[in-house]
Design a protein around this ligand. Structure first.
Ligand code: GLA
Length: 395
């Protein structure tokens, strides 16, 4: 991982793996050793934004950066993270605290439904993912926790089951109206491949992704809970209800085609039209992008990334000026393409550039950004990595 610039972070990205750090945080916090350690990756979505809750395809990649959980059965629930280093003793039945611990509470509640939770546990969490950067630190946390805690209860759950528990924890317990993309890639990620996930049918198809992707953090954090994502999702549901008046069999917005857009324009309240336009065109772009990646046509893939960003900016209105600036600068400096990744309203840009000039391209973007905003963005790269796993940590 190349750290082009280092901004002060709420946690330190060190050479030690999150799994080893979680083990030592556990030991210092609870004065004993963990019994199970598991980790799961964050994700960068190559393309297919806001399609997962509309029945469309997504093309995410598991990051090398991960969140690790170290745990041991106990007569209570107690959580500590490397960010605060403070042990929180938690009542699983109590109302949510509007804090990071809610995600763990959500996982425990969902595991209990399946009788796959231990009676209690002490848990230490560390991550080398940036938090609030649109790179799915929450799915990494919930999927890793589902793995560690279910193992402690003597269950070996499949990646699909872990993804479902993590999704339910975030959607039903924490209350973020997310789709299933983040938990699915955190559970099923494969080294060296992006994953084409058709959310309506549930099919998963690895698409080889050689080389590295670059992540440029805008430095603007987003908070998803109860925020703009929930509003957009509501708009999409409203749009679907209007569309069903003339297409009664329609299950998802992503089933519409670009040929349906004139009718959408005639029938829907004007504010909803661009939302549908984004979902429909993004669905087509994502399938084309997967085809281009499979064929090694990175020029076409890059062009589709930029078109996707433009659609987010104009139609979904989920970008921010800093991201628009980075994408424009990327195009100017010879990248294949770039786009804001994840939910938006902050977060990070994903960039794909020819390997022989990628270091120069990102350095040029960094200095453009510094001139415009007076600070260097944090820039790093990643290969496609693997999904959730149990970790063996040397004693
Ligand atoms: C968030 C959600 C995902 C997806 C993206 C937007 O990351 O958790 O399910 O909807 O936003 O593509």
């Amino acid at each position: 991982m190349l750290q082009v610039s280092s901004r002060e972070k709420p946690f330190s990205v060190t050479q030690l793996s999150p799994a080893r750090l979680a083990t030592s945080l556990f030991a210092t916090s609870f004065a004993t050793r963990p019994v199970v350690v598991a980790s799961a990756p964050g994700r960068v979505n190559l393309i297919g934004e806001h399609t997962d809750y509309n029945g469309g395809p997504v093309l995410p990649v598991a990051l090398e950066r991960r969140t690790a959980i170290a745990a041991r059965a106990a007569g209570r629930w107690a959580f500590v993270s490397a960010v605060e280093q403070e042990v929180h003793e938690i009542d699983i039945e109590a109302p949510m605290r509007q804090a990071w611990t809610d995600y763990l509470v959500g996982v425990v509640r969902e595991l209990r439904v399946l009788r796959a939770a231990p009676a209690g546990a002490e848990i230490a969490v560390t991550t080398n993912l940036p938090i609030g950067a649109g790179l799915s630190s929450s799915a990494a946390l919930t999927v890793a926790a589902a793995k560690a805690l279910s193992l402690m209860a003597g269950k070996r759950l499949s990646p699909a089951a872990l993804a479902e528990i993590a999704f339910r924890a975030e959607y039903h317990q924490v209350g973020v109206r997310c789709g299933r993309m983040d938990q699915t890639i955190a559970a099923h990620g494969e080294r060296g491949s992006a994953l084409l996930f058709e959310t309506a049918s549930g099919t998963l198809q690895p698409v080889p992704l050689p080389g590295r992707l670059w992540i440029i953090e805008t430095g603007i954090s987003h908070r998803l809970t109860g925020g703009a994502l929930n509003d957009r999702r509501r708009e999409c549901e409203e749009a679907l209800a209007y569309c069903r008046e003339w297409r009664p069999g329609l299950n998802y917005l992503a089933q519409l085609s670009t040929a349906d857009l004139p009718e959408v324009e005639r029938r829907l309240p004007p504010p909803l039209v661009p939302r549908v336009r984004h979902v429909v065109t993004e669905t087509a772009r994502t399938r084309r992008a997967a085809g281009a990646l499979a064929a090694g046509d990175l020029t076409t893939l890059g062009r589709l990334l930029v078109e996707g960003h433009e659609s987010l900016r104009l139609h979904y209105q989920s970008t921010i000026p800093e991201a628009d600036f980075i994408v424009a600068s990327a195009v100017e400096h010879g990248a294949y393409g770039a786009r804001l990744t994840g939910a938006g309203w902050g977060g990070a840009v994903v960039l794909l550039a020819p390997p022989e000039r990628e270091a120069r391209t990102v350095a040029e973007i960094g200095s453009d950004f510094q001139l415009r905003y007076g600070r260097m963005p944090v820039i790093w790269s990643t290969c496609a990595s693997r999904g959730v796993r149990r970790e063996t940590v040397a004693q």
